[in-house]
Design a protein around this ligand. Structure first.
Ligand SMILES: Cc1ncc(COP(=O)(O)O)c(C=O)c1O
Length: 372
């Protein structure tokens, strides 16, 4: 769901409206609200409760370690990068913000293949830079990157925002397409743009561009603990790039935005990734069930390799009515406004079977009512 125009001022910059706001607005029970819009896990890892009772180092009456050494080391070991090839932030969104501040000049230009993760446009706009929106190939071509169009725009651009697997379409980018963009950017030498590959959903596919960083010093890979690691409330993300690139970004990093508690829990999660990998491994079967059930209800879905799926609902009017029917039933979906290339679609997180059944029941009832 995008932030409604009548949301309170405190919600204007928030990514999504809160449960209490939705409950009051749509008359549903806040306790029964299901967030199908945030691509998060449905349970907190079991070890977290014990970990929160531990003594932290440094203790909580002191500031966090400004280098987040333990967390950076854990991220380095997890990704196979060096300790100084990691930059830590309060969620990937802060990491993306630091990247934008470092590499997008005020009045500059950043390339955004659309549709993609909305923050790239927001952050580029905040730099008073031009959002160079390049449409993806059509749905029938899997929303693939238009590599020729992107390469034709690289000269003079500050940055290229790529996302693989891509949110909200759910498909992984063709690695050969990303390599072509990296090569073309590298051919421009030091004047070439930085290329960001956002791997928020990495654990669902496992392949990565991290090993390419030495070949492409202008490549930055970004990751998060919010998705397969199931810790979005901890707000931890990180970037991986060669050391000189990380050092440039460090100048724009605030010293203590990641709390001591968050850093400790994220470090442990990265040292023990079995939980995240098991979460990811359970997704394909449930995703297939949900995709089939939504399709049978009349909302066909696109292929996805992630923990969310994009469904085609119909006309923008029908999609708006469906969104409302879902909200009244306490189900929050990710919506796309009238000017968005995905108007007429909704995006759903793959949740548990009972949750998914609740979604499908509302979808079915809605489509029956529509006579569709
Ligand atoms: C592609 C992508 N990048 C980044 C983020 C933000 O992650 P974080 O919670 O670490 O800020 C998200 C969250 O939905 C996402 O989908």
């Amino acid at each position: 769901m995008t932030t409604p125009s009548d949301a309170p001022a405190s919600q204007v910059y928030s990514w999504e409206p809160s449960n209490s706001w939705i409950a009051a607005r749509y008359g549903c029970d806040p306790a029964s609200i299901l967030r199908f819009d945030l691509n998060t896990s449905t349970t907190t890892p079991g070890w977290v409760a014990d970990a929160l009772r531990a003594t932290f180092d440094p203790p909580l009456h002191e500031y966090p370690d400004s280098l987040y050494a333990e967390l950076a080391e854990a991220a380095a070991a997890y990704t196979g990068a060096g300790r100084y090839e990691i930059l830590v932030g309060a969620g990937m969104d802060e990491v993306l913000d630091i990247i934008a501040k470092t590499f997008i000049r005020p009045g500059g230009r950043a390339i955004v293949p659309i549709p993609t993760y909305s923050m790239y446009g927001v952050l580029t706009g905040q730099r008073s830079a031009t959002i160079d929106a390049i449409p993806r190939r059509p749905a029938a071509e899997g929303f693939a990157l238009d590599v020729d169009a992107i390469c034709a725009r690289l000269e003079g651009a500050d940055l290229v925002w790529l996302c693989s697997p891509n949110n909200p379409t759910g498909a992984a980018e063709d690695p050969a397409a990303i390599v072509r963009i990296l090569d073309a950017a590298a051919a421009l030498g030091s004047a070439g743009p930085v290329v960001v590959v956002d791997e928020a959903y990495h654990e669902f596919i496992r392949s990565s561009f991290v090993p390419q960083r030495e070949r492409y010093p202008h490549l930055i890979v970004t990751r998060t603990l919010s998705k397969a690691f199931a810790l979005p409330g901890m707000r931890v993300g990180y970037a991986v790039a060669v050391r000189p690139t990380i050092e440039r970004m460090e100048r724009n990093r605030p010293p203590g935005s990641v709390t001591t508690v968050s850093a400790a829990l994220a470090a442990r999660a990265l040292r023990e990734p079995a939980y995240a990998l098991a979460t990811a491994a359970a997704i394909p079967a449930e995703r297939a069930w949900l995709g089939e059930a939504l399709g049978a209800a009349g909302w066909p879905v696109y292929p996805s390799v992630t923990n969310f799926i994009l469904a085609r609902v119909g006309s923008p009017e029908r999609t708006e009515a469906a969104t409302l029917a879902l909200l009244r039933a306490g189900i929050v979906s990710r919506t796309f406004g009238p000017a968005h290339p995905l108007r007429g679609h909704l995006r759903f997180t793959v949740r548990t079977r009972p949750d998914n059944e609740r979604l499908v029941a509302v979808a079915r009832a809605f489509m029956e009512e529509q006579g569709a």
